[in-house]
Ligand binder design. Structure first.
Ligand SMILES: Cc1cc2nc3c(=O)[nH]c(=O)nc-3n(C[C@H](O)[C@H](O)[C@H](O)COP(=O)(O)OP(=O)(O)OC[C@H]3O[C@@H](n4cnc5c(N)ncnc54)[C@H](O)[C@@H]3O)c2cc1C
Length: 320
């Protein structure tokens, strides 16, 4: 009997959860991700300034576990508790969690998937070196590499990134996922020589700031580094989405009580951060097309929803 081969596009938590369950069932799984490593929005940025090593969790700030299975997974991946009510973070950075979960899986990192060719039961994944692809610009005119054939494909990408891939093979899916809404988030990565007079975390009810956290106060970080994450709220981030990154740090700092001059001030634009209007189903699976979709956006704006969705898709693909 020939082995079942499944391609998984996206190695965020949804793709990893799907891959782990399929692999445990004996399926040969190949993951593709445009990032340099697995993780997606579970991410850690590193830097250096004034002779100090710096780092920030610039995506998900902490994870919560409502279900026992996600709690067990966090334990397996080495997550540690941070603050109350029960919040968990990767150590030494959030990216350690997906790195641990990806161990033993066949991950093609740095590959931007551009299209699916072939046909149901014999899908071919076409992909380019991610460094050649500029966000918001037309794809470069380069012959893509191809992998396959795959018996089925799981697409674990945010809806806007999944849409062009499903447009030809499953046009009906495009309309379904167009209803989903995900807020953007400008995230400022700041570091100081001395601690600003700010609380360890802050979630204002109104105004430009959505969330503030002393990242270097999380377990396993260098507490003396004074690395802080400042997120713009969804409305503010939406209103400033196309602004120059250089202006974002000063604008959000100005909305906080005065701080010492930063030794580092950068900003990351997340076009897709927290889900505002989920699909309302754990995943989408089209058995005739042998295509499925998963991601946090199916269920809710938190990492556990990505895990649940990825597992739901694996179960659907296995016919459970
Ligand atoms: C700023 C921010 C703060 C957050 N805070 C929290 C929090 O505190 N707690 C919480 O629980 N959740 C939080 N979240 C949400 C959480 O990070 C997500 O719910 C979860 O990580 C989503 O996982 P996913 O696998 O569905 O998607 P993603 O993590 O987005 O994974 C999708 C993957 O697809 C890849 N990809 C996209 N297009 C392509 C392509 N064409 N080819 C190849 N690869 C591609 C991407 O590189 C990415 O790795 C936050 C998110 C952000 C951005």
């Amino acid at each position: 009997m020939t082995e079942t081969c499944i391609a998984i596009l996206g190695a965020g938590l949804a793709g990893l959860a799907c891959a782990r369950d399929l692999a445990a069932a004996g399926v040969a799984v190949t993951l593709f991700d445009k990032g340099r490593a697995a993780g997606g929005r579970l991410a850690t940025r590193r830097g250096e300034a004034a002779g100090r090593r710096l780092q920030w969790d610039h995506g998900a700030q902490y994870l919560t576990a409502r279900g026992a299975e996600f709690a067990a997974l966090l334990g397996e991946a080495g997550a540690e508790a941070w603050g109350e009510p029960a919040r968990f973070v990767g150590v030494p950075g959030m990216s350690a969690l997906p790195r641990a979960l990806a161990k033993g899986l066949d991950l093609r990192a740095g590959r931007h998937v551009t299209s699916l060719a072939g046909a149901p039961g014999a899908w071919v994944v076409r992909h380019l070196e991610a460094a050649l692809v500029r966000p918001g610009q037309a794809l470069p005119v380069v012959e893509p590499a191809e992998d396959g054939p795959f018996d089925a494909v799981a697409i674990a990408l945010p809806p806007a990134q999944a849409a062009p891939l499903v447009a030809r093979p499953a046009p009906g899916l495009r309309a379904r996922i167009a209803e989903v809404g995900i807020a953007p988030c400008w995230t400022v990565l700041a570091a100081f020589e001395t601690r600003p007079d700010w609380p360890d975390t802050l979630r204002p009810d109104a105004g430009p700031i959505g969330w503030l956290a002393r990242d270097s106060g999380k377990p396993g970080r260098d507490a003396s580094a004074e690395c802080w994450v400042i997120q713009g709220g969804p409305d503010w981030s939406r209103a400033h989405l196309e602004a120059e990154a250089a202006g974002i740090g000063p604008a959000l700092l100005a909305a906080l009580p005065p701080a010492p001059a930063p030794i580092h001030l950068g900003a990351h634009r997340w076009r897709y951060s927290l889900v505002e209007r989920p699909l309302g189903e754990p995943c989408l699976w089209l058995p005739e097309a042998r295509l499925g979709l998963a991601g946090d956006w199916c269920l809710a704006g938190r990492a556990e929803a990505a895990f649940d969705s990825g597992r739901a898709l694996a179960a659907a693909m296995l016919g459970a």
